[in-house]
Ligand binder design. Structure first.
Ligand code: ADP
Ligand code: MG
Length: 321
């Protein structure tokens, strides 16, 4: 199969069509319209075989996760997604693999009403790079740098599930309950970008980040960018039933604090805006939990349990270790 027939067969044919795209796949570059008054938000993430997924991973899941992790970054900016492009490196034109990958891509792009507008296809080690673009009114973008001492710290969903799933997949952990096992594997392979939460937090949250490398590691980015510290209550970290039933409380806290790949949002809200939060997030049907508060002591993260200081050795996902 030639490059062009791969593109036509698997990507062009099934691409959803948006009105704001004047030229998508098939020209030298994509041509599209940014709505008046909106800022263009752009993000890229690469998933490499053997590093971000196992070589024999399901191509359907690889495609969906590659898109989802990028949409999660848009969500963390408060943006609404519009377009993606795909740079795909594959060792060979394996038609079965490509068909399943394309189906995963097609499903997620249709679900979020976004369009695949271009990309590149090359022969090489398996790796998938997605660039996602979306819009947000410039003054409403959720930045890491706008948190303030006194803000309350919230997270969506439950924490640590994907890390638990990865340890289960690697055989480091037994999860006897089948529902729990399939839940944590789903959390690992099919993360949900919290797009509706992100856009609903415009004008409510001061700062926001998505948790890709672990709670402590990602909170540290906000603390650094905003010159704040934080007190986090370990006993308030939201845990799934699967987590509570599969490991003890100490291990659960470790996963919730340190494990990556959850793609939940962490955001900060000041006292005055707290009342608005419930109204803003009710329609999203996503649970959210207050886990602590920001302080004025730059970069100092204090963990507490039953309000007493505790220590946990947490590293988070390290890209270069
Ligand atoms: P060029 O050589 O001009 O860069 P290509 O041959 O790489 O063009 O690509 C032809 C068209 O197909 C372009 O519009 C490009 O954006 C699109 N394209 C290539 N690979 C992909 C892909 N994996 N997914 C989506 N579109 C792709
Ligand atoms: Mg090219």
């Amino acid at each position: 199969m030639q490059e062009f027939s791969v593109i036509d067969t698997y990507f062009k044919q099934y691409a959803s069509q948006r009105k704001d795209v004047l030229a998508g796949i098939g020209d030298d570059a994509a041509l599209s319209i940014v709505p008046a008054g909106q800022a263009l938000v752009t993000t890229t993430d690469t998933l490499v075989s053997g590093i971000h997924f196992l070589a024999d991973a399901d191509p359907h899941a690889i495609a969906q996760k590659a898109v989802a992790v990028n949409l999660s970054d848009l969500a963390a900016m408060g943006a609404e997604p519009a377009w993606i492009s795909l740079s795909l490196s594959v060792p060979e034109a394996d038609e079965q693999w490509l068909a399943a990958f394309a189906r995963g891509l097609q499903e997620i792009t249709h679900y979020y009403s976004i369009q695949l507008i271009g990309g590149d296809t090359v022969k090489g080690p398996l790796s998938v790079t997605i660039t996602a673009q979306g819009f947000v009114p410039p003054e409403q973008a959720l930045l890491r740098s706008k948190a303030k001492p006194g803000d309350f710290v919230y997270v969506t969903g439950t924490l640590g599930d994907a890390g638990l799933g990865l340890d289960f997949l690697r055989g480091n952990l037994s999860v006897p309950d089948e529902d729990n096992a399939s839940y944590i594997l789903r959390r690992l392979h099919y993360p949900t970008p919290r797009l509706l939460v992100g856009s609903s937090l415009r004008r409510v949250a001061n700062a926001c980040i998505d948790i890709s490398d672990g709670l402590v590691a990602d909170l540290a980015h906000i603390l650094k960018a905003s010159n704040c510290g934080a007190t986090i209550h370990v006993d308030k970290l939201p845990l799934s039933r699967a987590m509570r039933e599969s490991v003890d409380a100490e291990q659960a806290a470790q996963y919730a604090l340190g494990a990556g790949d959850d793609y939940e949002l962490l955001f900060t809200v000041n006292e005055e805006q707290k009342g608005k939060l419930e109204t803003a997030l009710t329609n999203t049907n996503v649970v959210y939990t207050c886990i602590g508060q920001l302080t004025g002591i730059t970069n100092k993260l204090e963990l507490r349990q039953q309000n007493n200081p505790v220590k946990y050795a947490v590293t988070g996902y390290q890209h270069f270790s």
